[in-house]
Write a protein that binds this ligand. Structure first.
Ligand SMILES: C[S@@+](CC[C@H](N)C(=O)[O-])C[C@H]1O[C@@H](n2cnc3c(N)ncnc32)[C@H](O)[C@@H]1O
Length: 434
């Protein structure tokens, strides 16, 4: 059936489409003979010449060949590899316009998927939306060249400067390209992290062939140290995480608290906006000091510890053992021992074994949202307030739909732009039990 349509509509045929809106992957959408046609790079109000490369019964994807009528919101993408690189989807329009669309995507998801009628607060954008990422994962070619994957492919896109990273982190990447040509040949991925002090951590990933050693390339480590990198991690001969060189502890400051983070633990990638996001969580939780609080998907304990001084007790649940170790140490470092407990395991199974009933639940699941068993358990426990932090409006809307049918009201939805120029949007939602 699909092939037949493609036969009737050969891929090299040039067609004209008018873009009506942006969908949540950043593509423009218009209609060709009543078929929804998704065109990355086309903006609302624009007319584009396109060619279809994938056709289904009800929708098709097309490649933009040229813009015939231009939107006043179109800008020249500041990044020279924007069109090839999969990292950003929205650099062809103004920052203000990207915020307008992110706001709409949240509103649409909540009403269409969740069937929720709520006024979404204006998105909290960034005053300066560049150089915000504190983490970069680069893939490596045998030549030593580093790059990002192009879209969902394994094709590498090289760049001289990524505008989402600090100048310092871009320099670390150049150093790695310069020095890692012959040594560490088996390394296929390099992940840098930078904290708010400008200190860095590097994780080298590859197959567990032999233990990595700083002796194999001392010039590289010296050069990194001069530029602020404080530790390099890799694997030992059994494939376990091992410090190759430098300081064991790497920490990040959030809301004036200090958190140790292992190379394999989750950390919010936008340091400035993390404070904004967490402030909304603290406001939503509205703690008086009496409450039993759960922090589900607690990572290195950032939210749990930010809440601890205002609660009777906070219990965090997290499946990543490195993150749980960090959280336990972070409780000691931030004088919260006795107020917090961190449990390791999957939220869906671990939460059924806790012998206490929470008044307030804060949760920040991965993009896939909550496991259905977690939603059901929350409906049984009926905490008075739930603060749901989400990086995916679609799964957020799905979960909120179930919670609202089970007796919760969505009191507020606050989008925060944690990922400028990309299609991603973070939200902090407050729910109250009736
Ligand atoms: C989006 S992060 C949030 C972490 C933390 N709240 C923060 O702001 O840094 C999600 C966390 O959930 C953990 N996770 C993912 N699935 C899980 C599950 N089924 N049970 C427990 N933890 C899970 C991940 O390891 C990660 O640390």
């Amino acid at each position: 059936m699909n092939d037949k349509r493609l036969d009737n509509n050969p891929t090299d045929e040039k067609l004209t489409v008018e873009c009506l809106r942006l969908i949540s992957d950043g593509s423009g959408v218009g209609y060709l003979n009543g078929i929804a046609t998704f065109v990355p790079g086309l903006l609302p109000g624009e007319i584009g010449e396109v060619e279809v490369y994938e056709a289904k019964k009800k929708w098709q994807r097309a490649r933009l060949l040229r813009v015939i009528k231009r939107s006043p919101e179109r800008i020249a993408a500041p990044c020279s590899v924007f069109e090839e690189c999969g990292g950003c989807q929205l650099q062809h329009t103004t920052y203000e316009e990207t915020l307008v669309w992110k706001q709409r995507w949240v509103e649409d998801a909540l009403s269409r998927i969740g069937k929720i009628s709520v006024e979404v607060k204006p998105i909290h954008g960034m005053a300066s939306p560049w150089c915000y990422r504190n983490k970069a994962s680069l893939h490596r070619e045998p030549t030593g060249k580093l790059g990002y994957y192009k879209g969902k492919s394994k094709e590498l896109v090289h760049f001289s400067e990524c505008l989402l990273l600090s100048e310092r982190m871009n320099r670390w990447i150049r150093l790695a390209e310069e020095f890692l040509t012959d040594s560490f040949a088996e390394i296929h991925t390099l992940s840098f992290r930078e904290n708010t002090k400008g200190e860095g951590l590097l994780l080298l990933e590859g197959p567990p062939t032999k233990a990595l050693s700083a002796e194999d390339n001392p010039e590289f480590f010296e050069a990194l140290f001069k530029e602020g990198v404080r530790s390099v991690w890799g694997t030992d001969s059994e494939g376990n995480l091992a410090l190759i060189w430098g300081e064991e502890r790497f920490s990040q400051t959030i809301l004036d608290m200090t958190f140790e983070v292992s190379p394999l633990s989750f950390l919010q990638v936008n340091s400035l906006q993390t404070d904004v996001l967490y402030s909304h969580v603290l406001d939503g939780a509205a703690l008086t000091g009496e409450e039993i609080v759960w922090d589900l998907y607690s990572g290195i304990g950032t939210l749990a510890l930010a809440l601890a001084s205002k609660a009777q007790k906070v219990t965090g649940i997290e499946e990543n053992p490195y993150a749980v170790d960090n959280a336990i140490q972070n409780a000691v470092n931030n004088n919260a021992v006795g107020h917090v407990e961190f449990l390791m395991g999957k939220v869906e199974s671990r939460m059924t074994k806790i012998d206490e009933e929470p008044d307030v639940v804060v949760l920040d699941p991965p993009r896939s949202g909550m496991h259905p068993a977690v939603v059901q358990r929350l409906l049984e426990l009926k905490p008075q307030r739930i603060i749901y932090v989400s990086c995916d409006p679609g799964t957020l809307a799905r979960d909120l739909g179930v919670l609202t049918q089970g007796g919760y009201a969505v009191e507020s939805v606050q989008p925060v732009d944690m990922f400028p120029w990309t299609m991603h949007t973070e939200c902090c939602c407050l729910l109250e039990h009736a």
